[in-house]
Design a protein around this ligand. Structure first.
Ligand code: KIV
Ligand code: ZN
Length: 541
């Protein structure tokens, strides 16, 4: 058995299935590029049959990210699409992934008594037959086929051996074992994998994969137990986002293998120094804020503030630190660039951080950098990352913020005056009052944009310490008559929500930018403005 664990990232599929984590096609592409640079082996780029937009997003990733290796890598990642066990889904999955150099179709069918009886309304024999038939159908297009017995964690092990053996005979190359509802304990899950490896005919020449959910907070422990029992693919998401309590988080599994190497004796192909950057990217795009105490990527994960810890740290960093922050890309570097620093120095530092910008993007970033350098003495890597998220990874601005002014305080009502440039290039000004400065600003924006929506989440935090810090705002909105997305497993339609992100030293300006970026995504997705503009916007995204 090899000592290499394949990392299968499903941020763009299972991660995106979590309520509110909708990303635009452009954002998905950017995340896929970042995952490829991070070194994941397989990217599950989506569920192509969910909608034409989803199919298109998977296809773009297959062409772009699946077409060429990331710098420093030998081959591009495998690009995969999920498909229910039916021909229509498999056709759509193939249509999307066939453009990749290394395509994969991932099909699944539930095997637990409760799922077979109530969801599928099929008996066990029918399930075996359908699984084999659909794996064979997928195999007729694609050499690389993954099969998952959904809800394996609550399935009869003996039944799993039979279904998996039939899937193997039909051509499945990877057998993925999902603990769909996060029900098992590490001990149970490890034994389940051990039993599958021991009792399933033909499995010795196939890859066994594990896919765990975190409903009882045991996803990482279960995944590691499965790996110790012989699984050599781990299905994970960045920041652990996913259905309900989420999936196993990539950073926790990878850093466990890395930090406890003598215990596991295993390795992955992940460049751990990029973990933090990808974590921030996903958080900004999905609007799902990472809790400060989250392992590896939380803001406090490497903060050693308590007095006694600091004293210990000064004597030897290993007293309270099992991983170096640099290993996961948490840099303490203060960029010694100020007002007089040049474009070249900025380009070099951004490249060191993993951002390869083209000339136009660099121009934008440089302008923002100069602006910030006028207001703030030291500019850190975190500031640069906020600038990049704010300036470069934004949807096309259907409405762009030109100017704004807010009056607030204890005297009178908070009032905001906002000027936006609309899709026709004309400027429109509106003023509004609100319960506070953000409320007033959003009301003024609403008067101009005129798209009814619900603000689901508003989070603000300082990018760095210090009174002159950049404020970063993340919002999530849902359109009143917005589009829906199909959940592959529950087969239900859920409303699409849109995340927005903005950064500025003025937190009200950051709030306005975040709201506008979410509104712009909603407008593009719903086509609430001219078709020509929509096409141009989609093209630009
Ligand atoms: O949790 C699950 O069962 C899944 C499958 C589709 C692999 O996400
Ligand atoms: Zn799942």
């Amino acid at each position: 058995m090899t000592n290499y664990v394949r990392i299968f990232d499903t941020t763009l599929r299972d991660g995106e299935q979590s309520p509110g984590a909708t990303m635009t096609s452009a954002e998905k592409l950017e995340v896929a590029r970042a995952l490829s640079r991070l070194g994941v082996d397989i990217i599950e780029a989506g569920f192509a049959a969910a909608s034409p937009d989803d199919l298109e997003a998977v296809k773009r990733i297959a062409i772009d990210v699946g077409g060429a290796p990331a710098p420093g890598r030998d081959q591009p990642p495998i690009i995969c699409s999920l498909a229910r066990a039916n021909k229509v889904d498999i056709d759509k999955a193939w249509e999307a992934v066939r453009h990749a150099k290394r395509p994969r179709i991932h099909t699944f069918l539930a095997t637990s008594p409760i799922h077979m009886k109530y969801k599928l309304k099929m008996d066990p024999e029918q399930v075996i037959e359908r699984a084999a038939e659909m794996v064979a159908y997928a195999k007729s297009f694609c050499d690389d086929v993954e099969f998952s017995p959904e809800d394996a964690g609550r399935s009869e092990p003996e039944f799993l051996y039979v279904v998996l053996a039939e899937a193997i005979k039909a051509g499945a190359t990877t057998l993925n074992i999902p603990d769909t509802v996060g029900y098992t304990t590490p001990d149970e899950f490890g034994k389940l994998i051990e039993g599958i490896i021991k009792n399933t005919p033909g499995i010795e020449k196939r890859i066994v994969s594990v896919h765990c959910h975190d409903d009882l907070g045991m996803a990482t422990a279960n995944t590691l137990a499965g790996i110790r029992a012989g699984a050599r693919q781990a299905e994970v998401t960045i920041n652990g986002i996913g259905e309900r309590a989420g999936n196993t988080s990539l950073e926790e599994v990878v850093m466990s293998l890395h930090t406890r190497k003598p215990v596991f004796g295993l390795e992955s192909g992940i460049d751990t120094t990029q973990i933090m950057r990808v974590s921030k990217l996903v958080s900004n795009y999905t609007g799902m804020v990472v809790q400060p105490n989250k392992a590896i990527v939380g803001a406090n994960a490497f903060a050693h503030e308590a007095g006694i810890h600091q004293d210990g740290m000064l004597k030897h960093h290993q007293t309270y630190e099992i991983m170096r922050p640099e290993t996961v890309g948490v840099t303490q570097t203060r960029l010694v660039l100020g007002k007089h620093s040049g474009r070249h120095a900025l380009k070099k530092r951004l490249a060191e951080l993993g951002y390869m910008l083209n000339e136009a993007e660099l121009d934008k970033a440089f302008e923002r950098f100069k602006n910030l350098a006028d207001k703030k003495k030291t500019i850190t890597d975190a500031d640069l990352e906020a600038i990049i998220s704010d300036e470069i990874y934004q949807p096309r601005e259907v409405f762009a913020l030109e100017e704004m002014q807010v009056v607030c305080g204890t005297l009178g009502m908070p009032t905001a005056t906002v000027r936006l440039r609309g899709p026709d290039g004309k400027s429109v000004v509106r003023a509004a009052m609100g319960t506070g400065p953000v409320d007033a600003t959003y009301k003024a924006i609403d008067e101009i944009v005129g798209v009814s929506n619900t603000l689901l989440e508003f989070v603000i935090h300082a990018v760095t310490e210090g009174i002159d810090a950049l404020g970063e705002v993340t919002v999530r909105i849902e359109g009143a008559n917005g589009s829906h997305t199909l959940d592959a497993q529950k087969e239900t339609e859920t409303p699409r929500t849109f995340g927005g992100h903005g950064a500025d030293t003025d937190i009200i300006v950051a709030s306005a930018k975040a709201y506008l970026s979410a509104l712009n995504k909603l407008l593009v997705a719903s086509g609430d403005y001219g078709e020509a503009e929509k096409a141009a916007a989609v093209e630009a995204m």
